[in-house]
Design a protein around this ligand. Structure first.
Ligand SMILES: CCCCCCCC(=O)CC(=O)SCCNC(=O)CCNC(=O)[C@H](O)C(C)(C)COP(=O)(O)OP(=O)(O)OC[C@H]1O[C@@H](n2cnc3c(N)ncnc32)[C@H](O)[C@@H]1OP(=O)(O)O
Ligand SMILES: NC(=O)C1=CN([C@@H]2O[C@H](COP(=O)(O)OP(=O)(O)OC[C@H]3O[C@@H](n4cnc5c(N)ncnc54)[C@H](O)[C@@H]3O)[C@@H](O)[C@H]2O)C=CC1
Length: 471
């Protein structure tokens, strides 16, 4: 008993108990906000979903199929690539089997039908599209779905960053289009971001939220923008990690610092799991991934610092776990045990030499501050723009989607614990050192909160006022 008391006192002292208590509250508070028109999805009647389809059976589609089948739905799984389809028909049942052994459940073996033909989705209630992150391809798939499916079928996209409104505009019923953004591995990670498009109906959002719940996910409604809430913050985090490599760090050093902070995987191991090609496709489409540039322009895009390290790795066919090589090496394609790769270290040395970069020693504090404070800063920007309803939503997204250590409450709670003045002071210092990285400048909301005496997290809403809510 004494020991327990002592432990509680230590936890309270370090803020960990406050974090866990906050986290319990945040979990119940997420995603319950009204639309700008006043129509509330959370009072709308969700539609019944008994039969669903998944389009694309790669990294994500397989996990989504498993999660739907585990929730008791009948699933039509469509994949156009014969080899991928064959692999999926083996992988999905074995994932289900392992899940059943763990959970003591049974899944009807005929609850999933596989097809190479999109026509197979004609009678489903809801579709989740998970094809390559390529807008032209997704446009085509949505146009086809809009013709093939029943007129009241909900059309959802698992895109990690593309414009949900644009995809909706390709269909006959844009009010039935929402984002259902899962996190890798999709049958394991608890988060579902439900992207509320400009024309999504409250009933469509309510249906996606309800289905998420049925799948055992924590569903968070977010607005539509590049990367939504989670990946928009991840982009800044990843960028800093790339810059740290340019300046002398290694993936191992960065990941070690993040894992000691409490993440299950550092950002490089996590990228290898997700697949480096996902972001590369988007950067190529945006005209950013141009590795033919030389001299100073090679490391600048649109007037800001840019690192092409991720693009170069993809050009070498290193897509992460799926190809057996990425920021680390694996024993085979699909392998999971990340090992240091001498090739990668040579590649980094050559890259620095080519660009005249002199490596320096980088400590754990700098890794954490640069990676996490820039991510937090973007979180404030997201709150200001009304993309997420409140700081608890962002914290739930990070804990359930990216493995942010629960005992640290989530990024926004962590900022509150560290002290907003300190976050501003560190961001300003790093921005002075790296003036070509504009996202290191403290966001307007963060500065306003400090100017308002740094109120505790549960009072931030008074300063945010959600004037721009996208929800
Ligand atoms: C703008 C930028 C664009 C970026 C690209 C798009 C990205 C997105 O849109 C959003 C994302 O998904 S980002 C990725 C988010 N995911 C994470 O951060 C995962 C962090 N890692 C974890 O939580 C645990 O290590 C994890 C749960 C993975 C494993 O934990 P444990 O070691 O405790 O797990 P186990 O109990 O051994 O296994 C549980 C299930 O997980 C499977 N698994 C384990 N390691 C894996 C790995 N390395 N890769 C794939 N699956 C893995 C494991 O097989 C088991 O599942 P089943 O075998 O089916 O039972
Ligand atoms: N990898 C990740 O961590 C995450 C990815 N996403 C998103 O999920 C989507 C899929 O990503 P991944 O699974 O990583 O890609 P992937 O490359 O592993 O799989 C995509 C699959 O779609 C198939 N496909 C392509 N065109 C098709 C069509 N017309 N019909 C049916 N199947 C088709 C491909 O053959 C491939 O098997 C992307 O939009 C991505 O942004 C979202 C969350 C996390």
């Amino acid at each position: 008993m004494e020991r327990e008391k002592e432990l509680m006192a230590t936890l309270f002292h370090s803020g960990q108990a406050r974090a866990l208590q906050y986290f319990f509250f945040a979990q119940r508070a997420v995603g319950r906000w009204s639309t700008p028109s006043g129509a509330r999805w959370d009072t709308s009647q969700p539609r019944p979903v008994r039969k669903a389809a998944v389009i694309g059976l790669g990294t994500m589609g397989r996990g989504i199929t498993v999660a739907l089948a585990q929730a008791g739905l009948s699933v039509v799984a469509v994949e156009t690539h014969a080899k991928q389809l064959m692999e999926a028909t083996k992988a999905v049942p074995s994932m289900l089997k392992r899940g059943a052994v763990r959970g003591g459940t049974t899944i009807e073996p005929d609850s999933i039908t596989y097809s190479q033909n999109l026509q197979a989705v004609a009678d489903v209630d809801l579709v989740i599209e998970a094809v390559f992150e390529d807008m032209a391809l997704k446009e085509k798939v949505f146009q086809q779905l809009s013709i093939i499916c029943k007129p009241d079928t909900l059309l959802c996209t698992n895109t990690s960053s593309l414009d949900v409104d644009h995809l909706a505009s390709q269909t006959r019923h844009p009010e039935l289009v929402v984002g259902m953004h899962f996190f890798a591995p999709a049958h394991v990670m608890k988060l579902l971001e439900v992207v509320y498009g400009r024309r999504s109906s409250p009933a469509a959002v309510a249906t996606a939220m309800q289905l998420g719940k049925k799948m055992g996910k924590v569903s968070v409604a977010v607005g539509n923008c590049r990367g939504f809430a989670g990946n928009r913050m991840l982009k800044r985090y990843l960028e800093q990690a790339f810059f740290l490599l340019e300046e002398g760090a290694t993936p191992e050093l960065v990941d070690r610092a993040l894992e000691e902070f409490g993440f299950p995987m550092g950002v490089f191991r996590m990228s290898d799991l997700s697949g480096l090609d996902v972001g590369w496709r988007v950067r190529k489409a945006d005209g950013l991934a141009d590795t033919s540039l030389t001299g100073t322009s090679a490391r600048v895009r649109q007037g800001c610092r840019y690192s092409s390290l991720g693009d170069l790795l993809c050009e070498h066919g290193r897509f992460g776990q799926k190809t057996g090589r990425g920021w680390y090496q694996y024993d085979k394609p699909g392998g999971r045990v990340a090992k240091s790769d001498p090739w990668l270290h040579n590649f980094l040395d050559e890259y620095r030499a080519r660009h005249g970069l002199v490596p320096r020693c980088i400590d754990q504090q700098e890794v954490l501050e640069r990676c996490l404070f820039v991510l937090i800063n973007e979180g404030f920007q997201i709150l200001e723009e009304g993309i997420a309803a409140g700081p608890e939503d962002i914290d739930a997204i990070y804990v359930f989607g990216y493995g942010w250590p629960r005992h640290r409450g989530g990024p926004m709670f962590y900022a509150d614990m560290v002290g907003l003045e300190r976050v501003v002071e560190r961001l300003e210092r790093y921005h002075q050192a790296h003036p070509d990285v504009p996202y290191l400048q403290p966001s307007g909301l963060l500065r306003r909160l400090v100017a308002n005496g740094s109120p505790p997290i549960h009072k931030w809403r008074n300063v945010i006022k959600n004037r721009n809510s996208q929800l």
